[in-house]
Design a protein around this ligand. Sequence first.
Ligand SMILES: [Zn+2]
Length: 332
Amino acid sequence: MHFGDVWIGFQKGSEFLFGVVVNFHLTIELSLQCAQNGRRQDDIANGAESDDKDSGYGRHPGKSNRWGQTSDYFCAMSLIDTHSHIYLPQFDEDLDAMIARAREAGVTKIFLPNIDLDSIPLMHKLSDRYPELCYPMLGLHPCDVKENYIDVLNTMKPMFNDRKYIAVGEIGIDLYWDKTTLDIQIEAFKIQCAWAKALALPIVIHARDSFDEIFAVMDEIHDDKLFGVFHCFTGHADQAKKVMSYGNFLMGIGGVLTYEKSGLDVVAKDIPMEYLVLETDSPFLTPKPFRGKRNESSYVKFVAEKLATVKELSYDEVIGTTSQNALKIFRP
Ligand SMILES: [Zn+2]
């Protein structure tokens, strides 16, 4: 049974069914993660992947030496980076070490949004190398919607038959870099939303300077079959309310939360935890204390720490809830 279907059931009032099935699903997911974490930590302990032990990366107070204790502890420490372009050439030099740092930080899943046709083989190569950690999506980024977008989409669409993708993404509208392509960005967004509905996959939305335009499209096409994440959410409180009003969309919180002047902390404080997932958008939008440097998936822990401060929750509560939220949307 696909989670999207379960969720739809919930919206129609099958609350009891939702609770049972979801808890069952999460139990399985988290048990699997626990088992995988245990294995991975064994590898790290044996020196297989720990070429950066003294760098200070991936350390959370009191965590490194607690691996291998109870499975409940593993579950509590499972971070999911729901949006990360770590297949890009910026990671060619230190890919394995970067992955080891992510695992040491407690990251158990990394979701890879696609960009264009050229990025697909890079993304496949990474997810083939780390099949139980890195999960690809497929879609055309709004900044890459050009005149030939129909050809590009026609090339991409049959690829969904060839392998598993966990989402249609990243897709959306970006008016920061180019306003002249708005019409075709809207068309490409609509076409890819239709794919997601037909495939029962979530969508991962990129919205930059374009909430009004995205919401206009969403108001037109949204139904029970359309669900997903507004990635790198940096909107105002009203925009957060609008996202929540769709009922089956979450907001991805990344490094911008750690930027003092962003005001995102004030907005995020009032968004219920059930609507939030964590992300890095690596190699971009690096959180403090590494702002200005290349971002990587291990840094998702800094976003989690900041969110814990903002929400006045424990670190474990934040990553437990956000990881569960991520697994309500994505089926890795
Ligand atoms: Zn992205």
